[in-house]
Write a new protein. Sequence first.
Lengths: 377, 316, 301
Amino acid sequence: MKTYSGILAALFTTLVILGCGGGDKGDEILIGEFGSLTGTTATFGQSTHHGLELAVEETNNAGGVLGKKIRLLVEDDQSKPEEAATAVTKLITRDNVKAIIGEVASSRSLAAAPICQQFKIPMVSPASTNPEVTKKGDFIFRVCYIDPFQGEMLARFMYNSLGFKKAVILKDVKNDYSVGLAQYFRQTFESLGGTVVAEQAYSEGDSDFKAQLTALKAAEPEAMFVPGYYIEGALIVKQARELNMTMPIVGGDGWDSSKLLEVGGQAMNNTYFSTHYSTDDTAAAVRSFVTKYSARFNERPDAMAALGYDAGLILFDAIRRAGNTDGTAIRDALAATSDFTGVTGSITIDERRNARKPLVILTVENASLKYKESIQP
Amino acid sequence: MRLHKSGLMLIAAIVTGFAISRFEHLINPYYYQVLIYIGINIILASSLNLINGFAGQFSLGHAGFMAVGAYTSAVVTSQLHFASSSMLNTAAFSLALLLGGIVAAIFGLLVGIPSLRLKGDYLAITTLGFGEIIRVIVQNLDFLGGARGFTGIPKLTNFVWVFSTVAIVILLVSNLINSTYGKSFLAVRDDELAAETIGISSTRVKVIAFVTGAFFAGVAGALYAHFVTYINPAQFSFLKSFEIVVMVIIGGMGSIFGVILSAILLTILPEMLRSVAQYRMVVYSLLLIVIMITRPRGLFVRTRTAKQSVALKTLR
Amino acid sequence: MSEFLQQVINGISLGSIYALIALGYTMIYGILRFINFAHGDVFMVGAFIGYFVAPHVISLTGGSLWIAAPIVLIVTMVGCSALGVTIEKLAYRPLRSRPKLTVLITAIGVSFFLEYGGQLVFGPDPKLFPTLIPSSSLINTQHVVIGTNSIVVILTAIVLMLLLRFIVYNTKMGTAMRAVSFDHRVASLMGINIDSVISFTFVLGSGLAAAASLLYASVYPSINPLMGIFPGLKAFVAAVLGGIGNLAGAALGGLIIGITETFVSGYISSSYRDAIAFAILILILLFKPSGILGRHDRDKV
């Protein structure tokens, strides 16, 4: 009993000590980040955080912004919307950050956006694709493309470039991103004249998809659309191939991770997915990002890392152009962002505060990625 | 006499709430937000305490009732919200809270009835299952937004609403427990067979506990929805139910004030742990284990009376 | 017809995985009468032990999987058993005479600790599990495919169940386990060392979780720290469905859930898949509250 009480006391003391410190310094610009460092989508939160950290380090090494260093304050939201709201309120009202970066999941961005709007603090979301997010107010921006654009482009790609008329969809019913992509894909694909002959669903965290795949196979499709994340995507493709489903399989930017090929291997051949950039891209920005990221974190960057990096650089660029750290000035500068050369392409912020940028389609041949085509918005 | 006294206390509480809310703008918005979550968690934990602590029915599906309340009220205010007049807003919101509670109570009845045949772990896993089924159904309903969630809920929840509801729940639970009715709750919890032999209907007790508990979980869900302004089904998974159960157990099952204190503590604790970022949840779960081992009857239950000791024995 | 046959095969191979995890659940419940919510997370740790150990073992044995796979299995089982016994000693034993709910909350705490600790130590991103069972197709026609790994899973599940049955019914320790499960106090009066019986139960239960995790990770070769949550929950439902504490019941429950999930998502609607296991559970419990093969414990007046 005594030892346990001792542990308890020790833990509390540690917390009190850790709780101290911090404080605002005049020669720094405070930027807040909220993300899923723990919980169900921790892998995306941590990738984004790494990308952003790299952006901050690079900017500071190059002399910072407006003669000041950037200091990044990161808050964990445990992958929960209500925690996101608390984290952002804390960052704005306790830590007095000048701008907010976050979140990957639209659900958390939707909970946090009204708060940023209320306090007139600009918020840049790296990867929330639900169109509703930036409708929360004129201080809310994003650097990724939205579900309707990506869904439409993938449907056009399947219908026009690949020439298929009969498709099936396997979506993640628990995940708003996947549900959104599936909906807009279907709309466009059908309006072009194609038919979606069957639609099945799975839930984030599942690892057996054979029941759904067997049912989809019976519908005899020419191609399959699997919006969702790479974690399930690789297993789905693998199991489809095991069931002798050899048709082309198309995914979205949630597939972009080196893990996709690691897990899927040769089974990934004859798949296509949309993304922001190709790691084989010869553009200087991409090259240097991939090299630096791999050296710093000992892993290849995925799409989330690249988007976190770009979200940081676009925000710092806007602060530089604004000339001061006033929320409204930063907002105006962000809104005026045009042809910014990021890792994820040339980004222009449109009048709805969404990023307009090209979409790259990659394909897998002999278990390695190949550039297929670029689609301009 | 008792009702009269309770009424007065309630009015006093609500007046206090209004008085405090005058100084709302002086509180830092972050602390204000944590304060609101504390209130909502007190409502959730106290209402679960009624089912778990007083009626002795182990439920792991509280988040499901919360979801029902949250979604029902969100649908109501999205249909009724009149931004032009604060009077109408108040009326619309009262209606939304009430409907959220009532629909959740109906679900409480649906869950309470099968619970009559089940006990202990079987009941626990069944209620967990009910909660998950509710979540999956909401996830598939397009008019509720499905997995993409329900957006654009007006921010109507404020300190007065939460404080008043907390006051109502606490008064109701403590009055219920001190009434003859409440004694029959404890009797069923301590020994169902013995209670039946002295003419207490255990069916009635269990159903009332589930319906009342679910009602307030629904109201809490409604307050939550109108504070965060965005809800999606994933927020109401079994992990949320676990959180509420943990509050009840750490506070001490059947201890009204212990549960209130633990709801406060467990809302503040993760905030205090913010500085340790990634280590936060590891530290939190370690603390949970240590608390359970050092204070297994609840953090705030100091001594036990003979009666409680018997009660706890039967719960094993 | 071929679709139907394929779905039957899918259902059985999924069900046998649930059954494997459910066996460990049901054993611990049978002895201690509490839901070990951390079982699914011990299962996860097993997969990670395999992930770290397998490459070394494979290179030491010169790439021969016939020798490497059993070694990895033994190492993982020992690792998980040690973890299970440690958890029992540190977290559950001090609470043994406390209300069951207290232990349940502690188990939830342990489960969170392993999940969040796993995210911290292993990283939250999924890892590729190395090949231990070469995957090829046993039967491969245009319409019906049976993979070797499904067969290995089914065979292992059967062997482990028979082995467990033997241990529980034909050994001295097994008799002691049954005595403890019947009544702790009486068993200790008969001179049975309760502590060692419970430790042994955790060794067996966690060892089973380890075996299940290796098979699971071989069939679905992507592992992450949260991978234990859903299989754990489904397996628990399977154990309750079959009658918790009953070995054959756990296997039966696992199969029923696997097959029903497969058929409902294949023929009715896959968007409700998460709810299926629970819906079956509620229906069965309403009609037979002790589970399919469970004993019905009457209240003693």
